[in-house]
Design a protein around this ligand. Structure first.
Ligand code: NAD
Ligand code: IPM
Ligand code: MN
Length: 371
């Protein structure tokens, strides 16, 4: 029996989470996974109603779950940062979800704006450090509001925090090289060495303290993985290469801030924010891991039925992997792949279609049932 804490959240969050949960319910029943859902009311409505962002009792309840599924949070009526920091980042930090796993995979049938590239070339994973860097909230103002004002925001990078993230990335590259963790990997690709590469993405030429630590730790960890190839890219050059030659990447490991930025770019490579999934992982399983689409609450399309549920649905694939149900996870991915590859299947407007969120969700459920 596994309990999933479900935080639908704000904007399009509840719309896409409804579809993801319906699929989990179907799969749970069909495969006897024993899934049980605990809806959790957090987000802008609760905040505006009660002033509460993340009450202690709710956090306790979440800590008892086996995993958390989150839609999105953020609302134009709430000042920026209140919910993002007080809820989302707090859960990522307090539950030591120090890996933010963000696959960038172009499914056949989905258009990428990158000229001349297809599913063969766009299949990488970003391992984003998720508990340190500029996200820790260290810093402050002096002489706030005066012409002499100074704002300081400090990036914290600990050797232990960086090293555990690097080790996760190397282990993942090893698994991707060995197994067909992600569909689309042909034997020829593997023979051509397109797997088993970890790229460190940082800015060692400017951040000569923080990224010197990353660089040294990277070399030392790499020495423990002689079968894995490594390279290094400055983050600016990485952005350029992700567009020009995404096939040079297999596993990218990077800092929290850079990982945030390059994964929105990665989302575009794979067809947009509507299809990009993520998992905030506590690999030791001391605390629940949390799965969410990379996108936010999309206030511009909330309530219109235009939100693509695929990002949320692929996030439950990552959740099922984490809960030890790789077959169910593979079923989710293959059903999504079939819907995306079928020109006659419903698609939301971001993928060039006219279907609604629930029509796409239903198509994926039917594809799973038809397997
Ligand atoms: P966003 O990701 O919400 O939207 C960016 C663009 O992508 C918008 O044009 C939106 O319509 C589109 N988009 C997003 N999800 C989509 C989907 N499922 N289908 C189709 N199109 C989709 O980013 P934003 O506008 O910068 O942020 C809005 C709010 O969300 C802010 O409050 C921000 O802080 C918050 N946010 C939350 C999360 C999260 O909860 N994990 C992540 C990012 C942003
Ligand atoms: C993401 C989001 C969050 C982040 C925000 C909403 C705090 O952009 O999940 O990518 O910066 O990590
Ligand atoms: Mn982001």
């Amino acid at each position: 029996m596994a309990t999933i804490g479900v935080i639908p959240g704000d904007g399009v969050g509840p719309e896409v989470i409804r579809e993801a949960v319906a699929i989990l319910e179907d799969l749970g029943a069909a495969r006897g996974l024993g899934l049980d859902f605990a809806p959790v009311d957090l987000g802008s409505d609760r905040y505006l109603r009660t002033g509460e962002v993340l009450p202690e009792s709710v956090q306790q309840e979440l800590s008892r779950c086996d995993a958390i599924l989150l839609g999105a949070i953020g609302d134009p009526r709430v000042p920026p940062g209140v919910l993002e920091k007080g809820l989302l980042l707090r859960l990522r930090f307090d539950f030591q979800q120090y890996i933010n796993l963000r696959p960038v995979q172009l499914f056949p049938g989905v258009e990428t704006p990158i000229k001349g590239k297809g599913p063969e070339q766009i299949d990488l994973v970003v391992v984003r450090e998720n508990n340190e860097d500029l996200y820790v909230g260290a810093g402050g103002f002096t002489r706030k509001g005066t012409p002499e004002e100074v704002a300081i925001q400090t990036s914290i990078n600990t050797r232990a925090g960086v090293e555990r993230c690097l080790r996760y990335a190397f282990d993942l590259a090893g698994r991707r090289a060995q197994a067909r963790v992600f569909p689309g990997l042909s034997d020829a690709d593997r023979a051509a060495g397109k797997r088993g590469l970890v790229s460190l993405v940082a800015k060692t030429n400017v951040l000569t303290f923080a990224h010197d630590l990353w660089d040294r730790a990277f070399r030392e960890v790499a020495a423990d993985y002689p079968a894995i190839k490594t390279d290094y890219h400055h983050v600016d050059a990485c952005c350029m290469r992700l567009v020009v030659s995404p096939e040079r990447y297999d596993v990218i490991v990077t800092t929290n801030m850079f990982g945030d930025i390059i994964t929105d770019l990665g989302a575009v490579l794979q067809g947009g924010m509507g299809v990009a999934a993520s998992g905030n992982l506590n690999p030791e399983r001391t605390y629940p891991s949390m799965f969410e689409p990379v996108h936010g609450s999309a206030p511009d399309i909330a309530g219109t039925g235009k939100a693509n549920p695929i990002a949320a649905i692929l996030s439950i694939g990552l959740l099922l992997d984490h809960l030890g149900s790789p077959d169910a996870a593979a079923d989710v991915r293959s059903a999504v792949a079939r819907v995306l590859a079928d020109p006659g299947a419903p698609k939301t407007p971001d993928l060039g279609g006219t279907a609604t969120t629930s029509e796409v969700g239903r198509a994926v459920r039917e594809a799973i049932a038809a397997k």
